[in-house]
Design a protein around this ligand. Sequence first.
Ligand code: KIV
Length: 264
Amino acid sequence: MKTLTPRAITAMKGVEKIAALTAYDYRTARIMDAAGIPLILVGDSVGTTLLGYANTLSVTLADMIRHAAAVVRGVQRALVAVDMPFMTYQASIAQALRNGGLVIQRTGCQALKIEGGEFRAPTIAALVQNGIPVLAHIGLTPQSIQVLGTRVQGRSDAAARQLIADARAVEAAGAFAVVVETVPAALGAEVTAAVKIPVIGIGAGPGCDGQILVINDILGLSGDFHPKFVKQYADLDAQIATAVSAYQADVQNATYPGPEHSYE
Ligand code: KIV
């Protein structure tokens, strides 16, 4: 099976909607890939979903490399993009190239995701010119949580114009697609019409070229965290709690293990 290239993802714009998801481990990535998900992101959301941090700021390059390598081992067809964590690419273009190269070499992923629009364009251009495909990320960028909070972006005319300028700048810099997070639906559609690369929305309405969600959120494996834009397709928190309690009861009642679980 051929791996999807960044160019193939770009070519999906206007042809088919892109359903992207995050993954952090081999098994889940394998299931997604077999289901035909074309773009899998090893998000730094691993910090909140799996590692128990309050936000993504504590995630390290080593964390990303460990999880990304596991995801890549599970995937045959999907393009795997990996988030560069906080302060591993912001300090300078040299830092971005050094750390970006390390992630590509150690994980075998096909692309990196970095946050930032117009002001980040020189870094995106340097990565792409040096052979590293980039998925850009604009709008609400979680690594700026201490500046932006979690509020909807692009509500004022000036902020909406800036978002469109950001999308155009990352496209001109060579990004193969752009994630747009938490903006009004009408603005999500406007940004989508303004660029030739796919706009992958998360809380950006139905007018985008595709959608991306965090796997834990769609599986109901994220506790009390229920953002408005998430559609939940399973309730694994509850199912796991039920299974764990049933196991505990079986052990306490000595109904597990039974003869079928025991060796002669
Ligand atoms: O880290 C993440 O999961 C993301 C999202 C776009 C889903 O950046």
